[in-house]
Design a protein around this ligand. Structure first.
Ligand code: UDX
Length: 466
């Protein structure tokens, strides 16, 4: 592929400006391309046009400002304009779990491709970025070529995205690798030209067929989910012994073949990707007749869900065996820190389960309160850690925001009714808490009673931060 110079910089469109699409559109404009972002949601487009990122993502507002100032980034709700503008069209719409099964809902993907195909009148490349079941790209190729007046001139490729929320800018501009799923040399050349700035930086590239590219994404997410559930399964074993999963994870992580990333025990994985992707993968494998090969993903999912129930058990134990009327300070609602995403969030699920058992739950998340409130309006939401802790019988750290890690056990203790803490993310130093008279519990760790010291009750702090 050495004739890239004959390809001028393609004009790029991005269909779907949610988490993935907005980040991709902004990043491509920052890299120097002319970009047109599209969404059916007028409000979202209006926000983006005025420089407002519709979700919380560190670093992205600055990049949006830079891209808008360059004059290379525009947004529209008009699909005709999209079709006329682009040489390379990226489809970044969602593939949520279906309402009635564990399969992925492909209706948004199908709609985006068919609407583009019906309108495009010059040779162009359609590129899927959404996470889809294996075989989708082949089916869509047939579909768009049937619909389009261009027929086979309208080509399709798949370019999976591996960005993590909270690190979206870094992962988009400096990814670990690029994967191109292509069906022709022209498609490969177009993608190489499009990602030239990253390839010039030495980012590794895998060029593959369409099915492999689709599979890379779900396989990667399945592996990560399995690694998390593995250590959480070990936590279950630890809970029946006096073993400590935190020490176990440390010891395992020092084996360079295993490594420590995604080996953090706790409340488990959530979010808009890992849970639904492993379920959709299992569903698709069953359709393909290879369900047995990934049956373990059902166990990965079950282990993950059991952590939520076990967390409620530990909070109940801390509260003395009954949650009725117990005031719980739920610290965190987002599925992980540095995000306001509450999709399949373990933290919020625990808060909901506590509420259903009769606890009085007060939730505080630095960024996700509004999204959480929309999903579970029955819980109490407050705007600070101090308010959440006020008169709490149990404090439950459910999302490991830095603010919670840094909280001072004494100041926090001055607010609560009882010094009892559940560390759902292994984010705290148990000694810091027990030495200040707190009872400390964490999944997969032996019970840590409060250390009784004579002068450990200090004067209440009058000022925030805790
Ligand atoms: C994930 C993939 O990492 C990313 O490549 C893909 O594109 C989208 O899905 P994301 O959903 O942003 O990204 O979150 P990630 O950082 O992977 O964390 C997923 C969940 O696992 C979080 O709930 C996190 O709290 C949990 N987790 C992660 C653990 O419980 N233990 C760990 O050791 C690591």
């Amino acid at each position: 592929m050495n004739n890239l110079a004959s390809f001028s910089a393609p004009k790029i469109t991005v269909v779907g400006t949610g988490y993935l699409g907005a980040t991709h559109a902004i990043s491509m404009a920052v890299l120097g391309f002319d970009v047109l972002g599209f969404d059916v949601d007028h409000h979202k487009i209006a926000q983006l046009r005025t420089g407002k990122v519709p979700f919380f993502e560190p670093g992205l507002p600055e990049k949006l400002e830079e891209a808008l100032a360059s004059g290379r980034l525009h947004f529209t709700t008009n699909m005709d304009k999209v079709a006329g503008f682009g040489d390379v069209h990226f489809v970044c719409v969602g593939t949520p779990q279906s309402a009635d099964s564990t399969a992925a809902n492909l209706s948004y993907v199908d709609a985006a491709f068919s609407e583009l195909a019906a309108r495009i009148t010059r040779k162009a490349l359609l590129v899927g970025k959404s996470t889809v079941p294996i075989g989708t790209a082949a089916r869509l190729t047939q579909m768009v070529q049937d619909i389009s007046p261009l027929g086979p001139e309208l080509e399709l490729a798949w370019n999976p995205e591996f960005l993590r929320e909270g690190f979206a800018v870094q992962d988009t501009l400096h990814p670990d690798r690029l994967v191109f799923g292509v069906a022709s040399e022209w498609a490969e050349a177009m993608l190489r030209r499009t990602f030239l700035p990253l390839l010039d930086e030495g980012i590794p590239l895998i060029v593959a067929d369409l099915a492999t590219a689709e599979l890379v994404k779900v396989a990667a997410n399945s592996f990560l989910a399995t690694k998390i559930s593995f250590i959480n399964a070990m936590a279950e074993v630890c809970e029946c012994t006096s073993a400590d999963v935190s020490l176990l994870a440390q010891a395992l992580s020092l084996d360079s073949r295993i490594g420590g990333r995604f080996l953090k025990p706790g409340l488990g994985f959530g979010g808009g990707c890992l849970p639904k992707d492993i379920r959709a993968f299992k569903h698709r494998a069953e359709e393909l007749g290879v369900g047995q090969a990934v049956r373990f993903l059902g166990e990965v999912d079950s282990i993950n869900n059991r952590r939520r129930v076990r967390t409620v058990d530990l909070i109940r134990e801390l509260a003395g065996g009954d949650l009725t009327g117990v005031r719980v300070a739920a610290l965190g609602a987002a599925f992980k820190p540095n995000s306001d995403d509450v999709r399949d969030a373990p933290a919020l699920d625990v808060a909901r389960l506590l509420y259903m058992e009769g606890a009085v739950v007060t939730v505080y998340d630095p960024e996700a309160n509004a999204n959480a409130h929309r999903l579970y309006p029955d819980l109490n939401y407050v705007g600070s850690l101090a308010e959440a802790a006020d008169q709490a019988d149990v404090v439950a750290l459910l999302t490991e925001w830095e603010e919670f890690r840094q909280a001072d056990p004494n100041s926090l203790g001055a607010r609560v009714r009882h010094r009892r803490i559940l560390d759902g993310r292994h984010a705290l130093d148990p000694d810091r808490y027990t030495s200040k008279g707190w009872e400390y519990r964490a999944l997969g760790r032996p019970y840590q009673p409060a250390v009784r010291v004579r002068q450990n009750v200090e004067k209440p702090a009058t000022q925030l931060p805790l």
